[in-house]
Structure formats: C-alpha cells, structure tokens
Design a protein around this ligand. Sequence first.
Ligand code: GTR
Length: 414
Amino acid sequence: MYKSRNIFAGPEGSSPNYDEEKVVSQILPDLLSMPDGRHISSFEEWFARKRPEIMKDYEQCIFGTSPLQAKVHCQKAGSEQVNTIKGIRAQRYDLYLSDRNIRLTQFVVFSPLNVKGPVPAFLGPNVLGNQSLTRLFPLPLSGAWTFPRPSLGIDDTGHATADSAGVHSARWPLEMIIQRGYAVVSFHNADFFPDKRDGRTESVQPLFDAYSDIPFTWGAIATWAWGMSKVLDCLKEVYSIDEKRVIATGHSRLGKASLWAAASDARFAGVIANESGEGGCAISRRKFGERISDIATHFPHWFTDEYQSFSDAEETMPVDAHCLISLLAPRPVYVASAEDDLWSDPMGEFTGLKEAAVVWKLAGKTDSEPVYRKMPRISTPLSGTLSYHIRSGGHDITPYDWEQFLTFADKFIK
Ligand code: GTR
C-alpha cells in the first residue's frame, strides 16, 4: 500500500504501526507539575525546579552524561578558499583537546564573502564526511569509519572515496544559505563516534575514561552533541561568525543530537530538528513508526543502556519527547516532518512540539500559539518561536526545508 509513496517499511524483522487508529492515547508526563503534585505557575520556577529534574532524567535514562567542561582550542588548517562567483568563503579548522593536544576533528566554516562583520550560523554535523558537503571547494576526504554506502562513495570497508565529494550537497544548499547572510559550520560526526555498535573504541570516549571518578555514560548521540558544543567553544575564535547566534541544526539521527546539544548547552541560540523521530521530537508513547526496541536492536550504541530497558514499555519512561523539547525553552525551535517519513512519526513530532508549548506560554512567548492548533496541512508552515512544517516527500532535508529554516532564522535569530 505504501510502496508507491516510497514509505520505509522498517528494517527486516520490524513491523511498524503506521495506522493512526491503532494509537492508544496515553497520559504524558505533566510538564508543569512537580513530583509532589504541586503545580508550577511561573517560568522562573519551572526553569529553577522542573527543568533540572527533566535534565537529570534525560542524562540518567536516555542520552547519558558528557564531559562538557573539557577544554578545546582550534587552529586554521590549510588556507582560506574563496569562490567569488558564489560569494562563499571556506576555511577549515582543526579542533584539539587542549590538555593533551589531541586533534579531535576538522570542522569547516562556509561564510558569506561580501558581508562585513560576524554573521549568524547553522552548526550541524554531517554523516558522510566534510567532503560530502559540496563540490564548490575541494575538501579532504574524511578518514573516520563511515557506514558503507557504495552508491554515495563510501566503500564496503567504511572508507570515503573521491566519489563521495559533494554527494550530500542537496542537503546543504550552501549558496542559498550564504546568500541569505548566514554561515554554515559542519564536521563529520564519526570523528567523535563512528556510527557502529562497536564504535566506542574508535570514538573520543576513551580519552575521557580517567577524567572523573564517576564514568561518563554518553552514547553516540550525546557524543555527537558534545562535538557540537566543542565546535561552538571554538567559534569565538572564528571572526566571521557571531557565536551568540548559532543554531544547532540536524537531520534525523543528527536532529536527535542537535536537540540534546542545545538542551545541554544554553549557548545555542536556537534549534532545528528535521525529522528527528524516535529519541528526538516524536512522542515514544504513541508507538508509531520506529520504536525504542528498533533502536535497541539496530543502534544500541546511540543511547544509554537504560533507554533500551524502555523497549515495549514506553509508558514507564519518566519523560517523553515533549520534555526533551521543553529543555530548549524559551529559545526558538523549528521541528520539521515529511509526509512519507512515517518511520519518524510526523504526528508524534508535531505532538511533541505542541505538548512542549505550555512552557513557552509560561515564558510569555505567546507567538507560539499556532502550534496549539491541530497538525497543519502539507507545506503550510506554522510560524512562531516554536515553528513547524510537514512537507510532501520522504526522509531527507531538502531546499524546501531550508527555505523555511531561513525564514525562521530571519525572524527569530538574526
Ligand atoms: C534510521 C533510524 C532513525 C533515523 C534515521 C537517519 O535508520 O532508524 O532513527 O535516525 O536512520 O538518521 O536517517
């Protein structure tokens, strides 16, 4: 039935529910009440008392703890390149763990050539290596293990080949973004944690095993999020960027990472979570599309072990996706879905945002009212400090999505 619409039927062995009628309504954890039942009536109180509780639950049960205090610095790598026709400047930076001078990643900054002064930026990891972002500049091939995708130039052994250059340029429409006066900052997520179940040994995590008496419990998603924070640490040294106007940006598994990055690091000025699905903006208790059990089976390294214990027991989680989104209040948040991406549960993503909106209301952000209403029609974005759209098509991040994100950034970040 879904074949003609290119709907993902789930990995082998899973049989996702894609039928809204089979969704059993669940009571969601109440964002405005304390464990003793007391109702919270001001944003200040929510921020001081409720938010830390939610944060603790997310650290303990879902993403894990990370060494956020670790000091890093960066150094320019190679010389700046400019593409005068497109008006884009590209500069690579090596990022080092300061106390041991170990290089963790190389991030790339694309900024507008003809804009004076620091500009706002979209900061997001990429899944195939920096070379996959564009053909406008020759960028070094990533050396980190990447999930084999021969059709995208990643060979069977997980190495990037020259064929991967620019293969994800449609996901990163640099010209469009730069022309609107924004910079783009990206790095390969695999530099921090290669996306495989035994990826920990090749990840940055062992570097921190002796950092504290209590071991960090971060999964791969939290490690990518940590990488985002560490790149942000360095942006104060990048003169073309205003580090106070950086938007954590991510698609799918990296949408989950961008949510957690901004939840753990208040310096991110806003968040874009594109089709972040289960473990992101989608309400887990709906049991629609991808489930915790699917992630536990296929990506056990993404979250804490405790998260896997909620497989087939979503209602026992102390939190749900609306709680994750609430951690971003009162900052601007854009959640985006795609009609055919039922695996990510568009209705669940919208519901996560809608249920979180009470916290923005408490904070006096009444412009978020559009998301209180029902799920909008296809390609009819809801605009406010909390913004949302669902477009036609499948699981991807497209120029249409970016058009909306840019309009949102113009209104709420610029
Ligand atoms: C799928 C996974 C999703 C989402 C997606 C992606 O395999 O089940 O949670 O993260 O990959 O990252 O594209």
